[in-house]
Design a protein around this ligand. Sequence first.
Ligand SMILES: Nc1nc2c(c(=O)[nH]1)N[C@@H](CN(C=O)c1ccc(C(=O)N[C@@H](CCC(=O)O)C(=O)O)cc1)CN2
Length: 284
Amino acid sequence: MTAQILDGKATAAAIKSELAARVAALKAKGVTPGLGTVLVGDDPGSRWYVNGKHKDCAEVGIASIQRELPATATQEDVENVVRELNADPACTGYIVQLPLPKGLDQNPVLELMDPDKDADGLHPTSLGRLALGIEGPLPCTPLGIVELLRRHDVEIDGAEVVVVGRGITVGRSIGLLLTRRSENATVTLCHTGTRDLGAHLRKADIIVAAAGVPHLVKPEDVKPGAAVLDVGVSRSEGKIVGDVHPGVAEVAGWISPNPGGVGPMTRAMLLNNIVEAAERRAGV
Ligand SMILES: Nc1nc2c(c(=O)[nH]1)N[C@@H](CN(C=O)c1ccc(C(=O)N[C@@H](CCC(=O)O)C(=O)O)cc1)CN2
């Protein structure tokens, strides 16, 4: 292995201790931030992620509000829980764990959320604000990737970034984030319709692999010294298989492990969004 590790686990731990201090300062002013989660159905992965979010909250002093619905829940049942959380003063912000079970439509659910309580940065208003350059919550995984690169001094300014995957939680929004003047990267978004993925990847200084296709990014398609972030989660025999082939570590300059890379950063950035929302409300 020649690549240096983009250690998401250690970086998230450092961010959490910074956030714990900010939460303590809010509490001293009489404000307790609270994260709400909506979990629909019985997917074990989604349950694990939601439990992890509440464990993180406990670590930094954020209150937890958990709402669960069975896989048989109707669109109206889910939307009613969203209405409840919109009205709950103890809930600073909340998330609806994605994906929703088959038969439920996530877009009307996201649209119904109070944009000021959108902890995931996935409400149309939040994504619109991001496009317009207006302050607001930012999507957690893209934000986590930027923070992971910054805290390891990987140059983003002027970098050629290739993103693989066009899902809403990562691919669609990360280009908006990385092309802001403050980040100043050039971003190409590739997907299953891209004709020659390898040709794009070989030009990249930074690769964000978020397609959910095991070992899609191969060593021969990575420019020596590039930073490679593995966001893909596929499972084989109970183990995570990422989108990046293990041989890439011999070519890349930086690589995020999977697990232990972008996942823990996603969780840390969710806490960050909750603390920022509470600070905005408290006028800090
Ligand atoms: N409403 C949302 N839904 C989903 C999001 C999201 O940001 N908002 N992202 C993913 C799931 N996710 C958070 O919800 C998430 C994924 C992975 C991790 C994580 O820490 N993973 C660990 C490995 C865990 C394992 O063994 O399975 C790691 O990478 O080290 C945290 C959060 C889709 N849905």
